[in-house]
Design a protein around this ligand. Structure first.
Ligand code: HEM
Length: 180
């Protein structure tokens, strides 16, 4: 994944804890990178190892770290670094979710080697929809839950997210029921 992902993990850990904790996370993950470069790509394993080490060091489950990271990504990384892209995504939660399937095609203009997630929506009502998430990566469902919660906070909309179908339980892809 692009270095900006690992940089955002660094920023979240420094914000929630401190720089010493971040250095300990890197050491525990055996990640020997001084400074992550945003627009360089790193093996996905680096990101997974950082999350795993953060979980071991803080005693919080990895799913909880990924969820917090999803919120941080929307509310800090994306909003502060890519404000205009986020604004183009939609003016409220339902619009933003409806536009999500196309969102990363704009991101790919900035990051040409992006391997983006694939989103689709179905069963749209006034207060809910189903979000279908497909990816060649694994273990990121909790990240998506955090992203959705972050979007709810971005738009000041109370949101409930449930995992209706899960790849971990044998489904072909993850399906989230998002209600607001
Ligand atoms: C301007 C805002 C955003 C930017 C710049 C951005 C950029 C990125 C980047 C660089 C990656 C790593 C993939 C790679 O390097 O190949 C990524 C992954 C991902 N993004 Fe975004 N993203 C943004 C907003 C969002 C939003 C709003 C969502 C969903 C609500 C989202 C969902 C995801 C997911 C789930 C992944 C994990 C990759 C996978 O599932 O395979 N992103 N994004």
């Amino acid at each position: 994944m692009y270095g900006m992902v690992n940089k955002a993990i660094e920023e979240m850990i420094c914000r929630m804890h401190d720089e010493t904790t971040w250095e300990r996370v890197k050491a525990r993950a055996q990640v020997d990178v001084d400074v992550f470069i945003s627009n360089e790509t790193y093996p996905d394993e680096v990101t997974h190892r950082l999350v795993g080490a953060a979980s071991e060091l803080t005693g919080r489950p990895a799913a909880e770290i990924l969820e917090a990271f999803g919120e941080h990504w929307v509310l800090k990384t994306a909003t502060e670094g890519y404000g205009s892209l986020m604004e183009a995504g939609g003016k409220n939660l339902p619009d933003f979710l409806a536009n999500l399937p196309n969102f990363h095609s704009r991101v790919a203009m900035i990051f040409p080697q992006l391997l983006p997630p694939n989103f689709n929506v179905s069963d749209v009502t006034e207060r809910s929809l189903k979000l279908h998430y497909r990816t060649h990566r694994s273990g990121l469902a909790s990240f998506v839950v955090g992203l959705l919660r972050g979007l709810g906070r971005r738009f000041g909309t109370a949101v409930r997210v449930g995992l209706e179908q899960s790849r971990e339980n044998g489904a072909k892809h993850d399906v989230f029921l998002v209600e607001w």
